[in-house]
Structure formats: C-alpha cells, structure tokens
Design a protein around this ligand. Structure first.
Ligand SMILES: Nc1ncnc2c1ncn2[C@@H]1O[C@H](COP(=O)(O)OP(=O)(O)OP(=O)(O)O)[C@@H](O)[C@H]1O
Ligand SMILES: [Mg+2]
Ligand SMILES: [Zn+2]
Length: 698
C-alpha cells in the first residue's frame, strides 16, 4: 500500500517525466498485491494518474499499417466501448468477475490509460514450468494417461506443425490444444462457436495459473475490452474467441501484437456449408491465420467423413497437416436399437422410454426427438410421470435455451428432451443415457448425439427407439432439401438483382439456400466471405458452368441418401453387432472391445422391464406377410404394374410378392406410408413411389 502510494505520488508530481509511464506500469504490477479495500481507496488517484500520463505522453510511433486497420483502431481506441462496436449485442456472458483480480485492475487502469499501455506493453508474467514433453504437460492437469490420439496431437503442436484432429464426441479434443497452450507463454488462440464451453475452459485454465481470456458477443460492456488489453499487454496466454469476433479490427490487431503459439479451430466442420452447423464466420479464419503469419494451426472436429475433412484442410489452408484420427469406439457405452412398428407401437414406445428413464441408473438423460412438437409432447409425458424434465429446441429464445441447459448442467434437471439443436458443446460428463425417440438424419449425427452419454468413462447407454414410420420424415426432409439446377440459377439471379457493385449479403440460415450457395460457389458463380452479424457476403463472379451445377446438385442429394441409408441400415438390421456397424461406418478397423455390455444384438436388452421387450421383440421379428390373405384378383393389377416397372429385368428387382400383398392390405397413400412396409426402401420410393401411389389412388 505504501509503495503504491509512493508510485502514485511520483507519477502525479510529474506525469510528463520520462519515467512516469514505467512507474505506472510498476504500479499496475503491484496492484495485484493490494487488498480489495486498498484498491478501492487508491482507485480515484490511480485513475487520475493514468489520465495525466496518458495526456502528457507523446503519441506512439506509427506502426506499419498495410491494410488501414491500425488507423481504424486508433480512431476507435479513444472511446473504450467503440472498439467493440462492430459486434451485435445478445446473451449475457458474466465473464469478467470470474477470472481474476487482475481484471479489476485492468478495468481500473485500462479504461483511461488503454492507449498508454498499448504503446508500452507489459512483459508477460513469469510462469513456472516450461515443460515441453506431452507427459509432463498431462501431469500438470492432474491426469494420468492420454486417450487415443491425444499424445500425437499435442506433439504435433509442440513441433509447430499444423494438425487435423478427428476424434469422436467426448474423445478429449480440448486437451490436444490445452496442453500445448500450457507449454508456452506466447498466445494460444482458440476459436469455437460454443460460448458456455469456452467459458468453462477459460475458467479452468485461469485457475491453473494460466491466464485465459474470452471474447464473445454481448455480455458486460467492459469484458471484451479488458480481454483485449490483456491480449495486447501479454498477460493473457490463451484467448478463446467466438468466430464472429474476428470481424473486429481491434481484435485482429490485438492478436497481431503477440506471437501466436497455436491457432486452434475447434468444431472445425462449421467451415463446411454442407453441414447444418455451418457458420459463415468460419470462412474468415484462413485469412486471419494467414495475416498472423500462419502460426501452427490445429483444426478439431468429431465429424468423420473424409469429404468434410478435406474441406476443412482446404478451407483453413492447413499445410501438410498431421492427421490425428483416434479410434472411434466409445467402450463404456452400450448400444441398443429397439424396434417399434405396427399397431400400438407408439404406446409401447412411450411406455418403454418411461420405464427406462424411471430407472435411476439411466439418469441424467437426454432424449432426442425429431420435431419441436414431439419434443414438447415427450417432455410433458415424462414430467407427468414425476421426472424433472425440460424441453429444448430452436423455437425457444436463446435465454430460455441457456437457462434450460444450465439447469441440466447443474443437475437440477433429470432429463432434457431436445431436438438436434441441443448438442454441440454439451460437456456434461455424467449423462447416463441418451435416447432417440426419432431417427436422426445420419449415422454420424446419431453417433454424435449418442456420444453425449458417458463422457466420464463410466457405463452409459445409447438407446435408439426405432420406428420405420419415421423413415418417411427423413425422406420428406431429403425431398425438401433437394436443390435443382433451376433453383441454383434462380438464387444467382436473385443475388444479381440485389447486388450492388457485384456484392450481395444474405442470411446463411435456410437449408436450401445454403446448399444452392455451396453449389454455385463450387461451380464458379460466386465467392463467399463472411458479412456483418453472421451474414454471408456474396461476391458475384461469372456464369456458373451448367454441367458442374447439375453434377453438384446430384452429389448433394446423393450425400443425403447415403446418410439416410446409413441410419436406415443401423436401425433396421438386427443381426450385426451395433458397435461393429458404427466402427465400420467410421472406417475404424479395431476389434470391438466394450468395457461392459455391448449391444442388443450381442446381449438381449433385458435391463428393461421384460414384458415390453418381449412384446416388441415378437412384433419385430414377425414376417411381413402375416396379415389377412390377399386374393389373386386384388394382386393382379400390382403384378402388372411391377412387370411394367421392371422393364425386362426380373420382377423381384422391383418388389417381391409378399411386399405386393402388404401393399394391397395397407393401401398406402404416401411415400411415408410406403416406407413402413418391409421390403420398401428409399430407392424404391425414389424410383416407383409416384407411379405406384397413382395406381393405388385409382
Ligand atoms: N486423457 C484424459 N484423461 C481423463 N479424462 C480426459 C482425458 N482427456 C479428456 N478427458 C475428459 O473427457 C471429457 C471430454 O473431453 P472433451 O470435451 O475435450 O471432448 P471433445 O473431444 O472435445 O468432444 P466434443 O466433440 O463433444 O467437443 C472431458 O470431461 C475431459 O476432461
Ligand atoms: Mg470439444
Ligand atoms: Zn455388439
């Protein structure tokens, strides 16, 4: 306290003296040692001193300003809040109180003396350690063993190489960048769209004595500015940032003042327009990395398809990346597929879900539904049965969603019933079961959602409640999302009308538009870059190549059908180990090695109340052709239709007799109803549904 007062007196005596700025920096360092009440007492004097020094200081030498960002920055820096004014407001992120007393200091001194400290950045705080080998770093976190792939990823970063890290959900990707971050006093930048997750990681690293800051939209007006100060003055060694932050010149400039030890792009599949997690702001990151002189860059994702992996490498401009791909098994999770078809199936499905969730060993739990409506219905069902339940879907506003997610994270809620809006970034370690009331759109999506279970490594269940009738919903989605060359042309035309000087902006939201844009971009009609506020900026180029457009449209639809077939096969086959199917799908040849029970194929799911399982099982194994007899006269028109459709090929290539008889019995009136019939799959629907439904309607 005495020394702090003495410093203040010196500075105030002659704020223009050559040593005044240094004295102020020393004061700032000592500030951390003061008790809160001492800080309160000295605050007015310190503010005054900082302001005087700031006013007296000569302007700092002009830095190289290739792109004009620095002059932009200088214009902004005088008013603290303005530096962040190019960001949209929402969601509260009460960050600044959480990190450390230092932020209070920065808050105090930084607000009036920000430009002064920018001109004379303080040295990074001395830190113990300096460990450079993966094992010692692991021990710093109190962990004993690496999970598969982690050591390789950490080593790549320590060696200064780019890396693409593909690990299943819950596989431990965060550690792959946290450990290298601990090894360096230089700055590690982590980009993620997941605010809550970043907040947790930021706190953990800071608690470990490794000062981390976070920049996200909204929140306390000062939090981002304080974080920027800590980046500039070297006191932060890790910076978590939401992707849209990189639109801020102030932020990019702060980063440019540091040596970047590692640039991490988490959830890297967000760079792919094909996926529903696409974030336009991710498109900016390659340029950001290049502007930073291409520091070692690590991209992390759980999305395993080779196409997406290649797109990540290309879009982020990774240079000869180390490809780390861990095994895809989650050995502590058991996988059950329970079939529910035919009469009474919905009631049985509800009863099964309820019975399963009433077993305490299966909670906390997540139940995934296909629509908002069924989310609400199922939440009501469970709630009515005395389970503390919340629903969660994209129809709720951000605040409702985060309240619900937080309640679940805290353990105040037993079950979350959710659409796929609930997923990425839910790092609740002790989820004991994940249920699927509806089929997800692909096996990847299934595995990612199911992988929310058992992240703590203890036994957990993934249960798919499979109804063939649900396939109709997926087919409908595919049909709706189908993009034709005409639509691509229309979109390009629309953009041309909107465009000013060859540039248009649009929302990245709608599925159809996104795919059409991706097609148009690849066909050379336009270039996509991020716009303001999460929008897309579209620069129009030449006319698209029609052949490429047609081919790309087909490829986009084919992808969806492939996805469809993957989940359809998983949900309907009952003779191959589920775990084997999953590993094969992800190209993981390792033998299955469950820690406990494996799956319904290998071990009957007798953990459920027996009656329901028995009822379901007998139904499921019932042959398709067990209904009332069908007369030849009834069957004949269908046989004639089949001959015509077979076009010279054997009749069974269209459908067998049993399937035709079932069609007569059920008289399906829609593609969805057709799909409920055994023997009818998506390719049948694609080729024959229209003409068959027409015949049946007569
Ligand atoms: N080597 C390890 N030993 C023990 N626990 C670990 C290890 N590595 C990671 N974990 C724990 O595993 C859990 C999941 O890790 P993490 O959040 O990094 O997964 P992820 O791969 O990023 O998954 P997602 O794809 O869902 O983001 C965390 O609770 C983490 O603390
Ligand atoms: Mg992660
Ligand atoms: Zn198995």
């Amino acid at each position: 306290m005495q020394r702090a007062l003495a410093s203040l007196a010196t500075v105030l005596a002659d704020p223009g003296a050559p040593g005044a700025a240094d004295e102020l920096a020393r004061l700032r360092a000592r500030w951390r040692e003061l008790a809160p009440e001492e800080r309160d007492a000295l605050t007015p004097l310190a503010r005054l001193a900082a302001a005087r020094v700031s006013a007296a200081a000569a302007p700092p030498p002009a830095p190289a300003d290739d792109d004009g960002y620095l002059s932009y920055l200088e214009g902004m820096a005088s008013t603290a809040a303005a530096a962040e004014a190019d960001e949209p407001p929402p969601a509260t992120e009460p960050r600044s109180q959480q990190v450390s007393g230092r932020q209070t200091t920065r808050d105090l001194l930084g607000s009036t003396a920000g430009t002064l400290f920018d001109a004379a950045p303080a040295p990074a705080p001395a830190r113990t350690g300096g460990e450079r080998d993966p094992e010692s770093l692991l021990h710093l976190l109190g962990l004993t063993a690496f999970r598969p792939g982690q050591r390789e990823a950490v080593q790549a970063a320590l060696d200064g190489r780019d890396a693409l890290v593909v690990m299943p959900t819950g596989g431990g990707k965060s550690l792959c960048y946290q450990l290298p971050a601990l090894a360096s006093d230089d700055l590690t930048v982590v980009v993620s769209p997941l605010i809550a997750l970043m907040r947790d990681q930021c706190q953990r690293l800071t608690d470990l004595g490794h000062p981390a800051v976070m920049l996200a939209s909204g929140g306390e007006p000062d939090a981002n500015r304080i974080a920027l100060d800590q980046i500039r003055d070297g006191s932060a060694t890790v910076c978590f940032a939401a992707p849209e932050r990189f639109a801020s010149a102030a932020f990019r400039n702060a980063l440019a003042q540091r040596t970047i030890a590692l640039f991490v792009v988490d959830e890297a599949h967000c760079v792919s327009e094909w996926g529903h997690d696409f974030r336009p702001d991710y498109l900016r990151l390659a340029q950001v990395v290049a502007d930073l002189g291409h520091p070692p860059t690590m991209a992390c994702t759980a999305t395993a398809t080779p196409k997406v992996a290649e797109e990540i490498v290309a879009r982020l401009g990774l240079r000869d990346p180390e490809r780390v791909r861990s095994g895809f098994d989650r050995p502590n999770i058991s996988f059950d597929v329970l079939p529910f078809d035919g009469e009474g199936s919905v009631a049985r499905k509800r009863a099964t879900l309820l019975a399963g969730l009433q077993m305490p060993e299966n909670r906390p739990a997540v139940v995934y539904c296909g629509t908002r409506k069924s989310t609400e219905e199922i939440a009501e069902l469970l709630d009515g049965a005395g389970l503390t339940t919340v629903g969660y879907h994209a129809g709720m506003n951000a605040q409702q969603r985060s309240l619900r997610q937080d309640a679940f994270m805290r353990g105040d809620v037993d079950v979350v019933v959710a659409t796929n809006a609930f997923g990425m970034g839910v790092d609740k370690a002790d989820v004991r079961s994940v249920w699927h009331w509806a089929l997800p759109s692909s096996l990847e999506a299934y595995y990612q959602e199911a992988g929310r279970a058992g992240r703590d490594g203890l036994p957990a269940r993934a249960v798919l409640l499979a109804s063939r009738s649900d396939l109709g919903r997926l087919v409908r989605f595919i049909k709706e999302a189908e993009v034709t060359p005409a639509q691509v042309g229309a979109l390009v035309g629309r953009l041309r009308v909107q465009a000013q000087e060859g540039v248009a902006e649009l929302e990245a939201g709608a599925e159809g538009d996104r795919i059409a844009l991706a097609v148009a971009e690849r066909a050379g009609a336009l270039r996509l870059t991020p716009g303001a506020g999460g929008r897309l900026r579209v620069e129009l180029a030449g006319d698209p190549d029609p052949r490429a457009v047609a081919q790309l449209c087909r490829a986009a639809t084919d992808r969806r059908w492939q996805s469809y077939r993957s989940i359809e096969a998983y949900a309907s086959g009952h003779d191959r180990c589920r775990r084997r199917q999953l590993l094969d799908h992800f190209g993981d040849p390792a033998p299955v090695a469950p820690l406990g029970r494996c799956c319904d194929v290998d071990d009957p799911p007798d953990w459920l109340p027996p009656i329901q399982v028995a009822a379901k099982r007998s139904r499921a194994s019932a042959p398709v052709d067990d209904g009332p007899p069908v007369s030849d006269a009834e069957l004949e028109p269908l046989k004639a239709w089949r001959r015509e459709r077979a076009a010279g090929k054997p009749a069974y290539t269209v459908a067998n007799d049993a399937t035709l008889r079932e069609i007569v019995r059920r008289r399906p009136a829609s593609a969805a109803a057709l799909l409920e019939i055994r023997g009818i799959g998506p390719s049948f629907v694609e080729k024959h549904a229209e003409s068959l439904l027409e015949l049946l309607a007569q």
